[in-house]
Design a protein around this ligand. Structure first.
Ligand SMILES: [Zn+2]
Ligand SMILES: [Zn+2]
Length: 320
């Protein structure tokens, strides 16, 4: 790859120290810029949509997202070792020593992280224990840029990020993995927009606003689709890619929508529901199902899981 890659690659390489740690001061500065730009553009979107385009904009939901993003900072004290258990040890016993000055290294890291992200995200939707955290991101009933930073607080404790741990063995330090993961999430900021149309050939390769609208939809035909971060290539490979059909109006939010605007309720609602179900459990099988079954799982097999909802929808259509 040519010279245009050289400067940014060298700059990132220089910020990664010998032990795989990152330049903390540099990261802090970048983080601040990102926060200002993200919150600024989400607010600008709200102003334009509500005052210029005269569309209904959910200001309350937008403020709730901001409050949840701010509150999430409280979990900053949780060390990386808890989020990525064993990653430092694996890094010390790494298989490969990468040349951080080569753009191929960063391209490899991007693809490996994207692959891990796909499975992390898929499991976050299919296993209730992980959904409990991720559901916070899917709680807004209106789709706008502020939804991008409405993220759960409990991911570090539920070990959701464990899927990224093996990447350390491949030779990337925990800090570098977190950097790549954060950049992946950062890319996803702009795709949380209703007003950006389908983007031609980019659809089917990249995760676009259209593809991610489908991901945030709670319409039965759209559930559990488009898990990719930057790409939808792995969705296509593993059969979870669903293109947007503009004829189907999208309903956003949870299958059973949450109407509360209390940030704490939104952050902990799924955990509260899990505890309530566990108190009802009568056997080890039921405990396992309530914790690690798909969201909606019930002991009688009739709970509102994606599969059951689809079956009911098909049966309903069949009765027409
Ligand atoms: Zn999701
Ligand atoms: Zn999203």
């Amino acid at each position: 790859m040519g010279a245009i890659w050289q400067r940014p690659t060298m700059a990132v390489a220089a910020s990664v120290r010998q032990n795989g740690g990152m330049d903390a001061e540099l990261l802090r500065k970048i983080y601040l810029v990102v926060v200002v730009v993200a919150v600024g553009s989400a607010l600008l979107e709200g102003v334009v949509l509500s005052w210029v385009a005269r569309r209904a904009y959910d200001w309350r939901g937008s403020m709730v997202s901001l409050a949840i993003a701010a509150g999430r900072r409280l979990t900053d004290f949780v060390p990386l070792a808890i989020a990525l258990p064993g990653a430092q040890w694996l890094y010390e016993h790494r298989l490969v020593d990468w040349n951080l000055r080569s753009p191929w290294t960063w391209l490899t890291l991007f693809l490996v992280v994207e692959f891990a992200y796909y499975w992390f995200h898929r499991i976050s939707h299919r296993v209730r224990w992980f959904w409990a955290t991720h559901a916070v991101h899917h709680s807004p009933n209106q789709y706008n840029l502020s939804a991008a930073y409405r993220l759960g607080w409990t991911g570090k404790f539920s070990l959701t990020l464990m899927l990224f741990t093996p990447i350390a063995w491949l030779g990337f330090s925990p800090q570098v993995i977190v950097l790549a993961f954060s950049l992946n999430l950062l890319y996803q900021f702009w795709i949380h927009a209703e007003w950006i149309p389908r983007l031609g050939w980019l659809e089917g390769v990249f995760n676009t606003p259209s593809a991610h609208r489908v991901h945030h939809a709670s319409n039965v035909e759209y559930l559990d689709a488009n898990y990719g971060g930057v790409l939808v290539v792995f969705d296509r490979l593993f059969g979870t890619y669903v293109p947007e059909n503009r004829a189907t109006p999208i309903r956003y939010g949870w299958v059973k929508p949450i109407t509360s605007n209390n940030p704490l309720r939104i952050v902990f609602q799924q955990w509260i529901d899990i505890v309530a179900d566990l108190r009802r459990a009568r056997s080890v099988r039921e405990v396992g199902g309530y914790l690690f079954g798909p969201p909606g799982w019930q002991p009688d097999g009739r709970g509102p899981t994606t599969e059951n909802l689809r079956r009911e929808a098909t049966a309903f259509r069949g009765n027409d």
